[in-house]
Design a protein. Structure first.
Length: 131
């Protein structure tokens, strides 16, 4: 019985300590993860204007080689396909921007005004009279 009582008190004490430590563990440290900086730099490099020009040049050169290259062996043709797809993927944001798409606009400043027609201006009694 004595052993069971100490076990219950120990479990209760552990639960109290855990509940008091939870807010301290949930606090924000203000820091970021160590890999966020390099990933943001890669994102800026891929979506920048230089990457768009490189992608445009890659698509033009690879497309030209596939169209006017004559007989290319299988390896060269596959390599040109890889360059073509990589150029399209790198320049996808620039290509979409060329068509005028800028992203989603949610909750713009447009507010539809509704004008209420007062009942005094209506003539007649409603649908019953007009069929």
């Amino acid at each position: 019985m004595q052993h069971n009582r100490f076990l219950r008190l120990g479990i209760l004490g552990a639960l109290v300590c855990a509940s008091l430590a939870e807010p301290a563990l949930a606090g924000s440290g203000g820091g970021s993860l160590p890999w966020e900086g390099p990933l943001e730099q890669i994102q800026q490099s891929i979506t920048g204007p230089v990457a768009g020009y490189i992608a445009l040049a890659a698509v033009a050169i690879a497309g030209g080689m596939l169209i006017f290259g004559g007989e290319l062996n299988d390896f060269a043709r596959r390599l040109m396909y890889v360059v073509l797809v990589a150029g399209i993927l790198l320049g996808a944001t620039t290509i979409v921007g060329l068509f005028g798409s800028t992203g989603a606009s949610i909750g713009g400043s447009f507010v539809a005004e509704q004008t209420a027609v007062p009942n005094a201006n209506r003539v007649g009694g409603g649908e019953g009279r007009h069929g």
